[in-house]
Design a binder for this molecule. Structure first.
Ligand SMILES: [Fe+2]
Length: 178
C-alpha cells in the first residue's frame, strides 16, 4: 500500500485516546499540525508535527505500555519507520521530540505547564537534563525545529477544537516524501 494512504487510514481508524489525555492520538497529531500552521512554520515542520507520535500507531497496545510503566520508545519506532519515506527535516525532529521535553523541563515555567500524564512520562523517559546533557542536546541537527515541535505537542491536547481532516494534509504529506 502507498505510504500516504497507509498513514491516512491509520489516522482515520485509530480511536484510542492519547495516553492519559482526553483527545485521541489522531486528534492530538492533527492539532499539533494546526498549531504549527498557525505559527507559520515550514511545510517540513508542519509535517513533522502531524506525524510526531506516529510510532504509537506501530505499537499494538500503547495503553499497556504505560500501565506497565514501561517507556514505549515511540519516537524511535516512528523515526525508524518514517525515515524510509520522509525527508530528514521531517523525521529528525520526530526522533528527538521526547528528549526535547527533558531539555525544556529545566525551565520551571515549562515544567509547570506539563499535564500530569506528561510529567509521569518525563520521569519514565529519564527526567530533566542536567547542564552537560543540555549543552550536548543543543548541537543536534534541526535543534530549533525540534524545540518548536515539542511546544506545539504540549499545546495540542485540547477538546472542543474544530478539527481539520487528515485528508486535508494529503498534499502536504506528498510534498515531504524523499
Ligand atoms: Fe505528542
Amino acid at each position: 500500500m502507498n505510504i500516504i494512504y497507509k498513514i491516512i487510514s491509520n489516522f482515520i481508524n485509530n480511536k484510542s485516546l492519547y495516553i492519559g489525555e482526553k483527545v485521541t492520538m489522531s486528534e492530538h497529531m492533527i492539532q499539533s499540525a494546526m498549531i504549527a500552521e498557525k505559527a507559520k512554520s515550514s511545510n517540513s515542520l508542519v509535517c513533522a508535527s502531524l506525524l510526531h507520535d506516529y510510532g504509537h500507531f506501530l505499537v499494538k497496545d500503547p495503553n499497556k505500555l504505560v500501565k506497565k510503566e514501561l517507556d514505549g520508545k515511540h519516537e524511535d519506532m516512528g523515526y525508524e519507520y518514517l525515515k524510509k519515506f520522509f525527508k530528514k527535516d521531517v523525521v529528525e525532529p520526530i526522533k528527538y521530540h521526547v528528549l526535547a521535553k527533558r531539555y525544556l523541563a529545566r525551565n520551571k515555567k515549562y515544567y509547570n505547564l506539563l499535564s500530569n500524564a506528561s510529567r509521569v512520562s518525563l520521569k519514565l523517559q529519564g527526567g530533566t537534563f542536567n547542564k552537560k546533557e543540555s549543552n550536548e542536546f543543543e548541537k543536534i541537527p534541526f535543534f530549533k525545529n525540534t524545540i518548536k515541535l515539542r511546544k506545539f505537542d504540549e499545546l495540542a491536547k485540547k477538546t472542543n477544537v474544530k478539527m481539520k481532516s487528515i485528508n486535508e494534509y494529503k498534499d502536504l504529506l506528498n510534498s515531504q516524501l524523499l
